[in-house]
Design a protein around this ligand. Structure first.
Ligand SMILES: NC(=O)c1ccc[n+]([C@@H]2O[C@H](COP(=O)([O-])OP(=O)(O)OC[C@H]3O[C@@H](n4cnc5c(N)ncnc54)[C@H](O)[C@@H]3O)[C@@H](O)[C@H]2O)c1
Length: 330
């Protein structure tokens, strides 16, 4: 069977492509390269350049490659931008998913894995977030992910497609430096950027009801996340019946922003200027940590990497990126 991996030239997608093809799965990538980088793809993996909004292109790609399963990662992912441009997010993330599902149903695709996010939960007021914790997204981005899950599950039920919605927590690190995240939207690259420009990394609030007063999150190594996709794809492919699965992909361990700032300073050697505490950001929950029990039970999957692995590999990627930036002058 062949998997269509949308968004496969992206940060997470490129890791998923490698994990799946190295494990012997056959794959074709579709990416509009709005944020993707072709160099991230291993040699020999076909890349179709185009958008998931293009039904004709999807029909052709599914038929030409004999696609029987889809891993759908292509999406816009910036929470702040989604507040300013909700129409863009609803079109790319939800309309794009609708067109893709229509094409998948028409081509009799049997398996569908969807990239969801912990953003579906919003501000959960629980120690460990389980899949039954109430979903109250706080941004248009989170809304498109939650509505996307509804769409995926409903389509699967109606058309006999086995589906899995994977709710990623805070993704970090890289399996190799050239696959590192190139954006500066998450806390680890934000800390690197501040420090390499001689600025103090900012900690937003230290008066939260957490052990050191700073926000606590669940960081998951992108290589572990990619392995979870492989496990989900295989689980769906081995399933006799349709059915849906919605699982958290996190570690179950919380790390505070202060702990992360200390680790970033230690790993990078950039200890000055020290992190500074500034005002809280509106809408930041004190603690968001996954219960990873269901993923372990349903997928036979467990994370293997530590937060230190994530910071070290992200730092290697960051240095490579800075080096390349200097070489090519961008
Ligand atoms: N990075 C995270 O921390 C995180 C957390 C939770 C969920 N997610 C989800 O994981 C998925 C991948 O995220 P990422 O961090 O790799 O982001 P990314 O921006 O690196 O990758 C997204 C890829 O999709 C492509 N793309 C975007 N819109 C497209 C379209 N309409 N048609 C075809 N290709 C399109 C981009 O070019 C890019 O290669 C997204 O669905 C995102 O919402 C990411």
């Amino acid at each position: 069977m062949t998997w269509l991996i949308t968004g496969g030239a992206g940060y997470i997608g490129a890791h998923v492509v490698r994990a799946m093809t190295e494990a012997g799965e056959s794959a074709v990538v579709l990416d509009d390269l709005s944020a993707g980088v072709t160099d991230r793809l291993p040699e020999g993996i076909p890349l179709v350049k185009g958008t998931v909004l293009d039904r004709e292109l999807l029909d052709r790609t599914l038929a030409e490659h004999g696609v029987t399963g889809v891993v759908h990662l292509a999406a816009r992912k910036q929470v702040g931008q989604s507040v300013e441009e909700p129409l863009l997010y609803y079109r790319e993330n939800l309309q794009g998913l609708t067109v893709l599902l229509e094409a998948a149903v028409a081509a009799d695709v049997r398996h569908f894995v969807f990239s969801s996010s912990a953003a579906v939960y919003g501000m959960p007021d629980v120690d460990l977030v389980t899949e039954t914790t109430a979903c109250r997204p706080m941004s248009p981005y989170g809304e498109t992910k939650l509505a996307g899950e509804w769409l995926v599950r409903a389509t699967g039920r109606a058309h006999g497609m086995a589906t899995a919605c994977l709710r990623y927590f805070n993704v970090a690190g890289a399996a190799r430096p050239e696959l590192a995240d190139t954006g500066v939207f998450n806390v680890i690259p934000m800390f690197f950027e501040a420090l390499t420009h001689g600025r103090a990394p900012q900690i937003f609030g230290d008066d939260y009801p957490t052990p050191d007063g700073t926000c606590v999150r669940d960081y998951i190594h992108v290589a572990d996340l990619a392995a979870a996709h492989l496990a989900a794809a295989r689980r769906l492919a081995g399933q006799q019946e349709a059915g849906d699965l919605t699982v958290n992909i996190g570690t179950g361990h919380g790390v505070s922003v202060r702990e992360l700032a200390d680790l970033v300073a230690e790993v990078s050697g950039l200890t000055k200027p020290p992190a500074e505490v500034v005002a809280r950001r509106p809408g930041d929950p004190a603690r968001v940590v996954a219960s990873a029990a269901l993923a372990e039970r349903e997928l036979g999957w467990a994370p293997r990497h530590t937060v230190r692995d994530m910071v070290e590999s992200a730092w290697e990627g960051w240095q490579r990126r800075s080096l390349r930036g200097t070489e090519v002058g961008d």
